[in-house]
Design a protein around this ligand. Structure first.
Ligand code: ADP
Length: 460
């Protein structure tokens, strides 16, 4: 078991089992989403008083850029040296499969190196709140912090309530690498902790990744500050579509769909939610897709052959399952798989819809919707996709070159994937981020991102 408190005011708030050392927060267990009997550890949440003290104690990291760059690069080494431990935490705390955990560790290391290389002596903004989600509890957490630190800010980071242990361990490694404790405070907790942080007028900026609704709340909270210039960098949800036309290579398209919709149990903001298949190939294509779904291995992500692991917690499982049960009652479920009943599992499910407009809200799990379209309806499909107001990822499967340009010119999405799965980003060369309800930009892992953490843009 790992038991940790907040890292605030230059020190860990000590062992959370010693109650009188943590007067402001309650101790919360951290559970394994795949194995409910596996108690991973516990953490003390930072209450409003701890948050206020941490904000006051935080001071920007005004070491020269070369020093900050060296320290962040050292942190990247320490992540690599502690690969096994971080890997095990990603697996046990977040339910990550072997491949997902490895990819996430690599991305976190890439973020540290990328922002380290771009540290500058330009003035920082001051104190930055970094609020991160549970679905990439190491990569997103690290990316936000590395950017804020590379720009010379003090960071007050609040990891998601489901995944605090990996965040705490990562922060320890950053401090071991040489980040001054005054410049990095870790505040485990839920929305109450987050709200205490974002409503504090001494906060000079917020980097947030999570739901669109929470970003909207934070935006309103920040509007009540006496600090009107503080930026909100928000990376939020999506209602992502893929269009498969009748010239697409079916094997390639099916493989891409399976990975895009069901990898990480659909718990990626980039995940495919609504597939449009051209009507004249739809029957055969959907049969092929069902066959590929039947080959998916659902279960404990510790098994290397696992394709689909658990969803993050019981609340998530129940919500997604209710949604699927409702679709089932309406006769809209085209295909569903059996899945383990011990642990927070949801079976990959295919649900028939007429249009992406039928989806309403993002369902953050392995539920894929499918609609068909006629050749002459392509513009209407593009309008429907843009009409959701989201704009994160979009996929296209076609062998018509002109169509790639035509669709890409009209689709409003931050990341467009052609003839491949709509997964992932490459720090530096393929930055990630959305438009509209999906985010404020600039894209993470791209050249403009760091500028938002500084008081002036810098030529690089
Ligand atoms: P998800 O649905 O992915 O859990 P959330 O938007 O609820 O997305 O959570 C993302 C992060 O935002 C988490 O760290 C969560 O604790 C935090 N959070 C939730 N509510 C608030 C709030 N009102 N203010 C600040 N942070 C919040």
């Amino acid at each position: 078991d790992t038991a940790r408190g907040a890292f605030a005011n230059h020190a860990w708030t000590a062992d959370p089992l010693v109650a009188d050392q943590t007067p402001d927060g309650a101790v919360h267990p951290v559970l394994n989403p795949a194995r409910p009997d596996d108690h991973v550890g516990q953490v003390t949440w930072a209450g409003p008083e701890t948050v206020a003290q941490a904000v006051e104690a935080a001071s920007p990291w005004n070491a020269p850029a070369v020093v900050r760059a060296a320290v962040l690069t050292h942190a990247a080494h320490l992540y690599e040296e502690n690969f096994g431990e971080l890997f095990a935490l990603l697996h046990r705390e977040a339910g990550k499969s072997v491949m997902d955990a490895i990819a996430e560790l690599r991305e976190a290391v890439d973020f540290l190196r990328y922002y380290a290389a771009r540290a500058t002596d330009a003035p920082a903004l001051g104190r930055f709140a970094c609020i991160s989600p549970w679905n990439f509890p190491l990569a997103i957490f690290t990316g936000q912090i590395a950017a804020a630190l590379a720009a010379g800010n003090a960071v007050l980071a609040k990891p998601a309530e489901q995944t605090p242990l990996i965040a705490v361990r990562a922060a320890e490694l950053m401090i071991e690498a040489g980040v001054p404790p005054t410049a990095l405070q870790i505040l485990p907790g839920d929305g109450v902790t987050g709200a205490a942080l974002t409503s504090n007028p001494a906060i000079d900026g917020v980097a947030f990744t999570g739901s669109t609704e929470t970003a909207q709340i934070i935006h309103k909270t920040m509007a009540t500050h006496l600090n009107p210039g503080a930026p909100l960098i928000a990376e939020t949800g999506g209602l992502n579509a893929m269009v498969v036309d009748s010239t697409a290579l079916p094997e390639q398209a099916v493989q891409a769909i399976i990975e895009s919709a069901f990898q990480s149990a659909g718990q990626r903001c980039s995940a495919l939610r609504c597939l449009y298949v051209q009507e004249d190939i739809a029957d055969g294509f959907i049969d092929m897709l069902k066959g590929a779904m039947d080959c998916l291995q659902i279960g404990d992500p510790w098994q290397t052959h696992c394709d689909v692991g658990p969803v993050i917690d019981e609340e998530a499982r129940a919500g997604i399952q209710d949604y699927i049960d409702e679709a089932m009652a309406k006769g809209r479920v085209l295909h569903a798989l059996p899945c383990p009943d011990n642990g927070h599992f949801v079976a990959p499910t295919l649900i028939k819809v007429n249009s992406i407009a039928d989806l309403g809200k993002e369902v953050f799990g392995p539920a894929l919707h499918v609609a068909t379209f006629k050749s002459e309806e392509l513009d209407a499909v593009i309008d429907a996709i843009n009409g959701t107001g989201y704009g994160l990822t979009f996929g296209l499967q076609t062998r018509i070159d002109d169509r790639v340009q035509y669709v890409a010119d009209r689709i409003e999405a931050g990341n467009i994937y052609v003839n491949r799965n709509q997964i992932g980003a490459i720090v530096g060369s393929q930055p990630f981020g959305g438009e509209g309800l999906s985010g404020t930009g600039p894209k993470a892992g791209g050249p403009l991102y760091l500028d938002r953490f500084r008081s002036h843009p810098v030529d690089q």
